[in-house]
Ligand binder design. Structure first.
Ligand code: UT7
Length: 332
């Protein structure tokens, strides 16, 4: 008895990208109405000028659905063709049920659907899963969504997080292609630093805990770790893809902090000719949504074009990290 298996091995690529940015733009001055900080400090330390917070009618599932519909339109793929929906998020309000099945239902389909949790690196993890499924012939089209509603999980008086995190969604359709469009992923984790970015209190609550959990972060620890550790991951992703740093058109790291991006770019000797994503300035740090949102900003502002070669790198809670060289997809 032989178990039947697909032998249709193929290349995989991102076929279309769509995003959802919430309506409401929040300035540093507005953040500082509650937070003991200043516009100048926030801009100098993080690069952030504004971010967006979702309104009452902009739910995590709704933002995901809107981004997904735009990605499908950009790819010219019908929702009915999707074999799997993966949602990367840390801010879906329930551990169970997952967000992805509800996104699938909104798209009118009953495809396999599940969430993954890899902090700010969630999108790059999900992209690897989707590309692997398509390459192996397990599915033809897979939807990947990175989405966060961090404004619901923040303490607005916490000087370490309140000015950083924000909301939004980005989605891509991954499907078959003539040439490799998603390079091998350099990824890993360091659970010994689990305490650096946490949800507190845990879902079990704890003595004296009130209200719902918020994200807490030892920002300086992340700041000391990220540029150095991620330079190695960048080199590994480039090596695995057989691409040299000067062959890149764009560098799209997780939008954690403009200073981390700049330090990382220096550490990998990124030539000035390579366009660098700076969406953190307008969008803040949207965790799992930040890489697709930054990709969209570069394409929309003509800083990069569909078909360009880009290096993606993301890192965050876990600590978890993942990076890959990709061919940029078209926008709707
Ligand atoms: O996306 C997941 C991964 N997360 C990240 O990548 C975040 C990485 N970390 C960061 O982006 C930075 O660490 C922060 C932007 C969070 C903080 O910047 P920093 O340069 O590491 O500041 P710091 O915490 O070392 O604080 C420097 C100074 C301190 O004052 P003294 O001791 O030098 O007098 C703080 O008390 O700034 C003070 N400070 C603030 N002042 C105004 C700390 N937070 C604030 C604040 N507003 N919000």
């Amino acid at each position: 008895m032989t178990i039947q298996q697909s032998t249709d091995l193929t290349h995989a690529a991102m076929l279309g990208l769509g995003v959802f940015r919430p309506q409401r733009v929040v300035t540093n001055d507005e953040i500082c109405e509650v937070l003991d900080s200043s516009d100048e400090w926030i801009q100098t330390r993080s690069g952030i000028r504004t971010r967006r917070f979702a309104g009452e009618d902009e739910t995590l599932i709704g933002m995901s659905t809107a981004a997904a519909e735009r990605a499908l339109a950009a790819a010219g793929v019908d929702a009915a063709q999707l074999g799997c929906v993966i949602v990367a998020t840390s801010t879906h309000p329930e551990h169970t049920p997952a967000a992805a099945p509800q996104v699938a239902t909104n798209l009118g389909i009953t495809a396999a659907a599940f969430d993954i949790s890899a902090g700010c690196a969630g999108f790059c993890h999900a992209l690897n899963l989707a590309a692997s499924m398509v390459r192996a012939g397990a599915e033809t089209y897979v939807l990947v969504v990175g989405v966060e509603q961090l404004s619901r999980f923040m303490d607005p008086t916490d000087r370490g997080t309140a000015f950083i995190f924000a909301d939004g969604a980005g989605a891509v359709v991954v499907g078959p292609s003539d040439a490799p469009g998603i390079g091998p992923t350099a990824w890993g984790s360091d659970g010994s630093q689990a305490h650096v970015i946490t949800q507190s209190p845990s879902c079990l609550g704890g003595h004296g805990s009130t209200g719902h959990p918020v994200v807490q972060m030892e920002g300086t620890a992340v700041f000391r770790w990220a540029p150095f550790a991620m330079a190695d991951v960048a080199h590994e992703a480039l090596r695995l893809a057989g691409v040299s740093v000067d062959e890149l058109d764009a560098f799209i790291p997780h939008q954690a902090n403009l200073r981390i991006t700049q330090t990382l770019a220096k550490k990998i000797d990124l030539p000035d000719s390579v366009a660098v994503a700076t969406d953190v300035i307008d969008a803040g740090n949207t965790s799992a949504a930040s890489v697709p949102l930054a990709m969209e900003a570069m394409l929309r502002q003509d800083e990069a074009s569909a078909g360009d070669t880009a290096l993606l790198i993301a890192f965050g809670a876990g600590l978890s990290y993942a990076g890959q060289v990709v061919t940029l997809p078209p926008l709707a």
